[in-house]
Design a protein around this ligand. Structure first.
Ligand SMILES: Cc1cc2nc3c(=O)[nH]c(=O)nc-3n(C[C@H](O)[C@H](O)[C@H](O)COP(=O)(O)OP(=O)(O)OC[C@H]3O[C@@H](n4cnc5c(N)ncnc54)[C@H](O)[C@@H]3O)c2cc1C
Length: 385
C-alpha cells in the first residue's frame, strides 16, 4: 500500500480525482466516511469547465450526467418580481464548448461518479482521524475505527471542515458569511418558458435561486442574513419561508409549497480564509479543503473538479510528488483565489439594502454584454493539457 496515494474524502473533488487517477494509471485508494451513497441533498449547477473534465474522463460518463440533469439556454439574474436585471443567452457558450451549464441532483451526480470509479480502489465507512510521518517520509493514516494504513502521500479532499487541513495548517480559518441557506427539491413543472433557465431572484433581504433538475423536479435555494447555528422548527418551516417570500413573484412560494419538508435542508454559508499554501511535503489539499468559496458563483464544485484534473496531470508529469504539488498550487492559485474573492463580494451584493440594490442593479444591467461573455469564456476555459 506504500506505493499508493491515499485520497481522503469521496465528495465531488475526491471522486473526480479518483476518476482522473484511473484514467492516467496513478495508483491510489480513496477513503470516504459515509457508509453508503444515498440520493439525498439538493441540486448543483455544473458549468462547462467541470463538464470538460468529465468528458475528458469518459464521454459516456458526461452523457449519463447530462441525461440525468437539465441544461440551461439562459442564465438570468432577476429582481424579486422576476423582472430581468441581467439575462445571458448561453448560445455562445454552447458554440464554443459544446455544452452549457447544467443542473443535477447532487446525490444522483455522486452515484454516477461512483459507478465509474474502479471499485477496488474505494473504501467506504472509513473516517480519517490523523496522519503520522514515518522516518522514511511515508505516512501512517489512522482512522477513527482504530485501523490504520501506510501510504506514500495524502490528498485531502475532505471538504470545508477538513481534518487533514486542520492537522496540516492548524491556523486555517473558516469565515461565516453572516448568511444561512435553505435548499429544496420541489415537485413542480416550471413550464417551457422557464425550464431551460438557471435563475436567481435578487431582492433586498433575500436571494432565491431556481432551476429544473429533471422531469417534474425543481431545485431551489433561499438565502437570508442570519446568526449562525440556528435550528428550524420543522412544523413551521414552510410557513416561515412562504412569509419571508410573500412579496416575491408567486412562483417562489409555489415552489416552497410543493416541496416535501423532508426535502428541505438548511446550512450556514461559510468560506475559507485564503491559505498561504495547499501542500506541505507529501500532503496536498484540493477542493473545499483547500479553498472553499461561497456558493454565489456556483463554482466551488467546478473548481474541485478542475483541481482533480490538474493534480492528476501534474503528478503524471513530475518526478516527485512534492514537485507535482508545488506546481499544482502555483498553477491553480490565481484562478481559484480570484473566484474565492469574487464569490464573497457577490454574496454581499446579492443581499443588500434599498440603496445598494439600486446601484447593484444599475451596474449589472449596464455591464457590457461583450465583457460578460469574455469573463464567462475565461472562467470556463481549461488552459493546460
Ligand atoms: C448552498 C450551496 C450551494 C452550492 N452550489 C454549487 C453549485 O451550484 N455549483 C458548484 O460548482 N458548487 C456549488 N457549491 C459548492 C460545492 O458544494 C463544493 O465546493 C463542493 O462540494 C466541494 O467538493 P469537495 O469534494 O471539495 O468537498 P465535499 O463535497 O464537501 O466532500 C467532502 C467529502 O469528504 C468526506 N469526509 C469529510 N471528512 C472526512 C473524514 N474525516 N474522513 C473521510 N471522509 C471525510 C465527506 O463525507 C464528503 O464526502 C455549493 C455549496 C453550497 C454550500
Amino acid at each position: 500500500m506504500v506505493n499508493t496515494i491515499a485520497i481522503i474524502g469521496g465528495g465531488i473533488g475526491g471522486f473526480v480525482t479518483a476518476l482522473s487517477f484511473d484514467k492516467l494509471n496513478i495508483p491510489y485508494t480513496l477513503y470516504e466516511r459515509a457508509a453508503c451513497l444515498k440520493v439525498v441533498g439538493a441540486g448543483i449547477w455544473l458549468s462547462p469547465n467541470a463538464l470538460q473534465v468529465l468528458e475528458w474522463i469518459n464521454p459516456e460518463l458526461l452523457k449519463e450526467i447530462q441525461d440525468s440533469g437539465n441544461s440551461f439556454n439562459r442564465i438570468l439574474v432577476a429582481n424579486h418580481k422576476l423582472k430581468p436585471i441581467s439575462d445571458s443567452d448561453q448560445k455562445f457558450v454552447r458554440e464554443k464548448f459544446g455544452y452549457t451549464t447544467m443542473a443535477i441532483h447532487r446525490g444522483k451526480l455522486q452515484q454516477i461518479l461512483y459507478k465509474y470509479i474502479k471499485q477496488e480502489n474505494i473504501v467506504l465507512d472509513k473516517t480519517f482521524k490523523e496522519y503520522v510521518q514515518n522516518s522514511d517520509k511515508s505516512l501512517k493514516v489512522n482512522f477513527t475505527d482504530g485501523t490504520s494504513i501506510q501510504t506514500k502521500s495524502i490528498i485531502g479532499a475532505d471538504g470545508i471542515h477538513s481534518c487533514v487541513r486542520k492537522q496540516l495548517f492548524p491556523n486555517s480559518k473558516i469565515r461565516y458569511t453572516g448568511q444561512t441557506c435553505w435548499r429544496g427539491i420541489s415537485d413542480y413543472n416550471l413550464g417551457s418558458e422557464l425550464e431551460s433557465v438557471g435563475f436567481t431572484l435578487w431582492g433586498q433581504k433575500f436571494q432565491f435561486g431556481i432551476s429544473k433538475i429533471s422531469e417534474g423536479k425543481v431545485y431551489w435555494f433561499a438565502v437570508k442574513l442570519s446568526e449562525p447555528n440556528l435550528k428550524d422548527d420543522k412544523e413551521n418551516l414552510k410557513n416561515k419561508l412562504t412569509n419571508m417570500f410573500s412579496g416575491y413573484h408567486p412562483l417562489v412560494n409555489d415552489l416552497i409549497k410543493n416541496t416535501s419538508i423532508d426535502n428541505i435542508i438548511r446550512g450556514d454559508l461559510s468560506d475559507l480564509e485564503l491559505l498561504q499554501k495547499w501542500n506541505s511535503q507529501n500532503i496536498c489539499l484540493i477542493g473545499d479543503a483547500a479553498h472553499s468559496m461561497t456558493p454565489d458563483l456556483g463554482q466551488g464544485g467546478a473548481q474541485a473538479i478542475e483541481d482533480a484534473f490538474y493534480i492528476a496531470h501534474f503528478i503524471k508529469e513530475s518526478n516527485t510528488l512534492e514537485t507535482a504539488y508545488d506546481d499544482f498550487y502555483a498553477y491553480r492559485k490565481s484562478k481559484v483565489e480570484k473566484l474565492v474573492k469574487q464569490s464573497r463580494i457577490t454574496s454581499k451584493i446579492a443581499i443588500t439594502n434599498r440603496f445598494g440594490e439600486i446601484i447593484r442593479n444599475f451596474i449589472l444591467k449596464y455591464t457590457p454584454e461583450k465583457y460578460m461573455k469574455k469573463q464567462m469564456v475565461e472562467l470556463y476555459q481549461l488552459d493546460k493539457w
